[in-house]
Design a protein around this ligand. Structure first.
Ligand code: NAI
Length: 336
C-alpha cells in the first residue's frame, strides 16, 4: 500500500476525498506503558506498516515513546501522558488498541477486575467517541466479555456506534489453541488453524477442535486440550506469582490482530480472524467467531456450524454466562 499522499489532510479526511482506499494507518495504543502495551507497541513499530504510532498512558509514555522511536523501522512514534493529552493521542486514529487497566493476580477471575477496569474503559470510550469516532476499537482490557459491551454502550450514548468497528481481542485464545494443538498432534505450528468462538473468560472460550484440519484427537485429548485453552491464562498468572498475567504472548497476539485489522482497512482481501463482535449468532449480544476484516472493519461474520456434540454442549452451557456478563457491562454504563 502506498504511503499517505497527504498527511496534512489527516487520514480520515483523505479517506472521504478519494475513491480508492488510501493507507489508513495511525494507530493509538491506550495503556501503552503497561506490561502488554510496551512490547505490543514495540512489535507494531517493528511491523513497519504504521505511519504514526501514538502511545497513550496515564504514566511513563514519553520514555516508552522515545525508546521505541529509535528503532529503525518505518513510522513516527509519539508519546502522550495524562488525561489532558488523551485527545491529541487519539485524534485522527484509524485503529485504537486498548490494553489499559489492571491485570489478574493468582486466584482472581477476569470478572474480579470488573470494578476497576469498567470505569477505566468507560472513560476511554467517552474520549474515543469525541476524538476518533470512526476508528476501529480493539479491546484487550478484561473482562472482555463486559468491557466490549461497555464500550458499545458509551459509543451508542454518543451516537457514534458502528458495530463493524468494535472488536474484543480474543486472538490470544487462538494463539494458545494453535500452540497446544500443534504440540499435541506433532504438527507444524505454522500450519495449524483453530477456530475459537464464544467469549474471553474460562469456559466461555470454546475451541472447535473437531474442525482442525489434519488432526485426530482422542476423547481425552479433546477434553484436556479444551480445558487447557480455556484456562491457559491461569498458567501464566500462576507462574508469574503475583506479577500479573500474560503480557508477552498478549503483545504478540494484539500486534498480530491489529496488523490484520490494518490489512483489511487498507484493502487486503480475504483477511479472516476470530474476534468478539456484536452479532445475533446466539442470545448473547456479543460473541466471538471467525470474521472477515475489510475496509470498514468487520465486513462479514462467519458464525459457526457443524459442531460436535461436545462443542454444542459448550455453547449451550455458556451463552447464558455471556448474556450476564454483557448485561453487567450495560448496567454499569446505565448506572454511572
Ligand atoms: P499493566 O498494569 O501492566 O498495564 C496497564 C496499563 O494501563 C498501565 O500502564 C496503566 O497506567 C494503564 N492505564 C490505567 N488506566 C488507564 C487509563 N485510564 N488510560 C490509559 N492507560 C491507563 O496490565 P497489563 O498486564 O498490560 O494488562 C492490561 C489489561 O489487559 C488487563 O485488564 C488484563 O486483564 C488484560 N489482558 C487481556 C488479555 C486478552 O486476551 N484480551 C490477555 C492478557 C491481559
Amino acid at each position: 500500500v502506498a504511503p499517505m499522499a497527504s498527511k496534512a489532510l489527516g487520514v480520515s479526511s483523505a479517506r472521504s476525498f478519494t475513491g480508492t482506499a488510501p493507507a489508513q494507518n495511525k494507530v493509538t495504543v491506550v495503556g501503552a506503558a503497561g506490561g502488554i502495551g510496551q512490547p505490543m507497541s514495540l512489535l507494531m513499530k517493528l511491523g513497519g506498516k504504521i505511519d504514526h504510532l501514538s502511545l497513550f498512558d496515564i504514566v511513563n509514555t514519553p520514555g516508552v515513546a522515545a525508546d521505541i522511536s529509535h528503532c529503525n523501522s518505518k513510522g513516527k512514534v509519539t508519546g502522550h501522558k495524562g488525561a489532558e493529552e488523551m485527545a491529541t493521542a487519539l485524534d485522527g486514529a484509524d485503529v485504537v488498541v486498548i490494553p489499559a487497566g489492571v491485570p489478574r493476580k493468582p486466584g482472581m477471575t477476569r470478572d474480579d477486575l470488573f470494578n476497576t477496569n469498567a470505569s477505566i474503559v468507560k472513560g476511554i470510550a467517552e474520549q474515543c467517541a469525541k476524538s476518533c469516532p470512526k476508528a476501529c476499537f480493539l479491546i484487550i482490557s478484561n473482562p472482555v466479555n463486559s468491557t466490549v459491551p461497555i464500550f458499545a454502550d458509551v459509543l451508542k450514548a454518543n451516537g457514534v456506534y458502528n458495530p463493524q468497528k468494535l472488536m474484543g481481542v480474543t486472538t490470544l485464545d487462538v494463539c494458545r489453541a494453535k500452540t497446544f494443538v500443534a504440540e499435541n498432534q506433532g504438527m507444524d505450528v505454522d500450519k495449524v488453524d483453530v477456530t475459537v468462538i464464544g467469549g474471553h473468560a474460562g469456559t466461555t472460550i470454546m475451541p472447535l477442535l473437531s474442525q482442525v484440519e489434519g488432526a485426530k484427537f482422542s476423547e481425552e485429548d479433546i477434553k484436556a486440550l479444551t480445558h487447557r485453552i480455556q484456562f491457559g491464562g491461569d498458567e501464566v498468572v500462576q507462574a508469574k506469582d503475583g506479577a500479573g498475567s500474560a503480557t508477552l504472548s498478549m503483545a504478540h497476539a494484539g500486534a498480530y490482530f491489529a496488523d490484520k485489522v490494518l490489512d483489511g482497512l487498507n484493502g487486503v482481501e480475504g483477511v479472516k480472524e476470530c474476534t468478539f463482535v456484536d452479532c445475533d449468532l446466539t442470545d448473547a449480544p456479543f460473541f466471538a467467531s471467525p470474521c472477515t476484516l475489510g475496509k470498514d472493519g468487520v465486513s462479514k461474520i462467519h458464525g459457526f456450524s457443524g459442531l460436535s456434540t461436545f462443542e454444542q454442549a459448550l455453547v449451550d452451557d455458556n451463552v447464558s454466562a455471556l448474556v450476564k456478563m454483557a448485561q453487567k457491562g450495560s448496567d454499569f454504563v446505565k448506572n454511572n
